[in-house]
Write a protein that binds this ligand. Structure first.
Ligand SMILES: [Zn+2]
Length: 98
């Protein structure tokens, strides 16, 4: 799904900052694959949404053959498609440790 051409707000209610990160996990049923979005957020809310995404992923029940990877952090770049966005593994490691 291409990004809409207007700025997206952080998912945190009342935050109001533009979203610059996307928390998403790769899901697959063995045939199709997609990036499941948990949240779009600003840098201030990143740690919260990342933890929430990991919790949701851990609690998710999967059907046989389905796979859901732990959510990662992606930089949100307008005009880019999911397959082209950058994954920010350094952030993930920092937040996983902290
Ligand atoms: Zn925010």
């Amino acid at each position: 799904m291409p990004m809409p051409p207007y700025p997206i707000s952080c998912y945190t209610r009342g935050c109001g900052n533009p979203a610059v990160y996307k928390i998403a996990a790769r899901w697959s049923d063995g045939v199709t694959q997609e990036l499941k979005t948990y949240a779009l957020c600003c840098s201030a809310c990143l740690a919260d949404w990342f933890r929430r995404g990991r919790q949701k992923q851990a609690a998710c029940r999967l059907a046989k053959g389905e796979k859901l990877e732990p959510p990662g952090i992606f930089s949100l770049e307008r005009g880019r498609r999911d397959t082209e966005i950058n994954r920010l593994r350094d952030f993930e490691e920092q937040l996983t440790r902290g």
